[in-house]
Design a protein around this ligand. Structure first.
Ligand SMILES: Nc1ncnc2c1ncn2[C@@H]1O[C@H](COP(=O)(O)OP(=O)(O)O)[C@@H](O)[C@H]1O
Ligand SMILES: Nc1ccn([C@@H]2O[C@H](COP(=O)(O)OP(=O)(O)O)[C@@H](O)[C@H]2O)c(=O)n1
Ligand SMILES: [Mg+2]
Length: 259
């Protein structure tokens, strides 16, 4: 929705609006001309400046707790949660043209072509009324990141990285119990390899840009969330409309902004 509004608003000037009203009053259809009413370029009203939406990328290995923490962020700050994995699984469930291809890649722990994933995210962004998003499990590769920049033409404001030891991630995934086809030891080993090879460069990229917040993902869900809270609390635009107004409980040893 935000992009559509931003693209459409420059098209309507005050004089063209009055022209449309006159046309309606005179019984003319929009597009048929009223020869006396000429719009001069200097009469055009500049479009309202659309503020870019607030975007958070949520990174971390499989089972690091991204989805779990996203639920808590949504509850507290009202961001809209877009899980790349959930969007892909929905394609499988709906038997779309890409469904089988996506299923085979997920089963094998591989990354779905970026164009497919970014287009799914784009659809959600454009049809949403929200102005603040949590994009979970994305970008997983440099190719994902570049495709998002090219297609969406937006940059994240915040990048969270849930840092978790491998053995803890394996334990969590094998106990996840959500009936996921990739929650088995064979796929998990492949996913960890791919995470280390392809997601680490993305993490380094945002670290160098000063946008990365690394969070120790070991501990209880609530303890970890206490380290997420102050990050979002530091952004004014997230406070208004949030469901509660949480106090900061920053534990500096566990949260590191690598800027
Ligand atoms: N801090 C935590 N400690 C123990 N288990 C957790 C924690 N956070 C999440 N889990 C559990 O671990 C599993 C993976 O969590 P999930 O949020 O799905 O991770 P991700 O989205 O990063 O793969 C789930 O079963 C979840 O309930
Ligand atoms: N950006 C993304 C996100 C997920 N995926 C695919 O979807 C699978 C599950 O992603 P997910 O984000 O739901 O996984 P978790 O980290 O939550 O376990 C990945 O292993 C990939 O096969 C992808 O190809 N590209
Ligand atoms: Mg997840």
């Amino acid at each position: 929705m935000w992009r559509r509004v931003a693209l459409l608003s420059p098209m309507i000037s005050s004089s063209s609006r009055s022209l449309m009203l006159k046309q309606a009053a005179s019984g003319l259809k929009v597009g048929e001309s009223l020869s006396t009413d000429i719009i001069h370029p200097e009469e055009r009203v500049s479009p309202p400046k659309e503020k870019a939406p607030f975007i958070t990328f949520v990174l971390g290995g499989p089972g690091s707790g991204k989805g779990t923490q996203c639920e808590k962020i949504v509850e507290t700050f009202g961001l809209q949660h877009l899980s790349a994995g959930d969007l892909l699984r929905r394609e499988i469930a709906m038997h779309t043209d890409n469904g089988d291809m996506i299923l085979n890649l997920i089963k094998d722990g591989k990354i779905v072509p970026s164009e497919v994933t970014v287009k799914l995210i784009q659809k959600e962004l454009e049809s949403s009324d929200s102005r603040k998003f949590l994009i979970d499990g994305f970008p997983r590769t440099e190719e994902n990141r570049v495709a998002f920049e090219r297609i969406i033409r937006a940059d994240p404001d915040v990048v969270l990285f849930f840092d978790c030891p491998e053995e803890e991630m394996v334990k969590r995934v094998l106990n996840r119990n959500q009936g996921r086809i990739d929650d088995n030891i064979t796929t998990m080993k492949k996913r960890l390899k791919i995470f280390n090879a392809l997601n680490r460069p993305v993490i380094d990229y945002y670290k160098n840009k000063g946008k990365l917040y690394t969070i120790n993902a070991v501990g209880t869900v609530d303890d970890i969330f206490q380290h997420v809270l102050p990050i979002f609390n530091s952004f004014e635009q997230l406070k208004e409309g949030s469901h509660v107004n949480p106090q900061s409980h920053l534990g500096p040893s566990l949260v590191e902004n690598s800027s």
